[in-house]
Design a protein around this ligand. Sequence first.
Ligand SMILES: [Zn+2]
Length: 614
Amino acid sequence: MKEALLPILVQDPVLKNHKRIIEGYKARRDFFLDGPLTDTVAILDFDPVNGELSKGAHFNKGKIVGWFEDDRKRKIRDFSGKEIYTPAFMQASVFATVLKTLDLFYKKKDPRDLSGKSAKSDEKPMNENKVRYGENCLGRPLTWAFNASQLLVIPRAGEMANAYYQRDSHSLQFFYFPSEKRPDKIIFACLSRDIVAHETGHAIIDGIAPHLMDAASPQSLAIHEALADIIAMLVAFTSRELTSQVLDRQNGSIKDVSAISTIAEEFGQACGHRDGLRNLVNQKNLNPADKVNGVRRAEPHELSEVLSGALYKLMVNIHEQLTDELKEQPQYQKRKKPRYSASGFALQKAINRFVRMTFRALDYLPVGCVSFADYGRAMIAADKIAYPNDPKMRGWIREEFQKRSIITNIGDLAPIVKPRRHSLGKVKTAELHASDWVAYEYANAHRGLLGIPARIPFQVHPRLDVTKQYEGDRSARECIFKVSWEQEEANPSYPNLPTRRKVTVGSTAVFDWESGRLLTLLTNARPPEKLADARREIYFTREIHENRKKEYDAQELDRDIFIRELMEQGALRFGAQALGPDGKPLPSVIRGEVVKDVMKLQNTFNYLHIAEVE
Ligand SMILES: [Zn+2]
């Protein structure tokens, strides 16, 4: 393992009230080369004038040249501020931010992590008192959704007010544009730490839940968008410089609007928004009667704020509770302001607990079109398995989802599936994990349990082998098993639009690796019409069954509105019309595939970056 000290932006460049613009970040990877590049990330910087590949930032003894006075002290050289606009700084800082974002999820000691190369044994033992992130989040290595080891990062991709992640080209692209207010000033997206972390977040989420990219439900896309903002928030929370300033000003609290809750301040202001592009401290909701904070149900960007607002509130609650617990400890009691002193450490602990619920839930999501409620149930399930004796967070999420009209009843987020002592029986977990044939046979024999309709073909997805930390640092191994199938429904009537469409739905079963016991089962398939048909295996009460049917109908209606809007905007194209002159899919178009007058959407994710930054 090599270590490199990199300069990283604390906050957007032109923001007031910040003492320092850059701080040091120590990254550890198998190797670092000029560019900069490492096994999983490569910066490719093209000169905007001649389009040629620019000279990459240079390393000397594990340090990017030019930004630090003293390697060990991480002391940043005094500079006027203009230097951050040099290509070398942009390359180094975008690289540092991407690595720092990945480190939230990076499972260091796993030999299969991203690059496929093993971690060397010279790695120093972890300091047990230090808060660690990556190791206890997903409990498995991160993988990219594309078939290559490196994510390519283009810091100056061209002139426009945008930035995006693109799976087809394995890349993150950051653009630049003249400010609306001051046209002589150029705004670089690659210099916004929030935007870089957000786009890296999309690449990470795509690796965890690749099916979201083709989902036809606006809420599925909004989950992608909201979690990318939440990842940007987490990266901000790991900046010592920024968090100490925010906690200082807000007396140890994160609950009010701050530089952390505001996403992409400079970019937002330059595009004419008063504050940043989005704010995580918000009351956005799905209540159509709320004229101030109610959002359009079929617009993924607006919808995303409902979810990210709910998740930010969850983070605030965890932080407050941990701060209150810590401040009672003797070492904080001796301080003048025990609550404030405890708040910084509480924040780092809060991140750990928060990601264990919110990102493990992504692994539990059923494949296909998922709603906020599906994601909520996955969060409840992940938290209940890891923290059976601590229901507080589950209560907070239910409350927040109800307040924002995501669910009508607190009970709607109860695990709808209470597997009655089901287990794999004679099937060995290791075989289920390793063999597609064993996995298929198991699913076929348990169609009722998994909700797969009779005689319909289905797909078994690669099983996940995860070893997670539970309550009290207990660790346990799970096998996550997913199946999916296609469901047909009517399209809205619109000229040239096929009358019917297919949507992907599925079920996720989570098994305890040792005992083969079924821990939880989540499904997003259409519930059967009659309770009598459902009760046997999956649904339990009449009320839950009725609510699930209503929830499914609402999602179907959202898809209708979304598809109609795509047609109106000319963003949904079929066949060759979705391809560019080079025969490749156009990046700003959503592709529709039609077989026997039934349509299936592809690359709906493109909708998010048609106007990612607007
Ligand atoms: Zn986005």
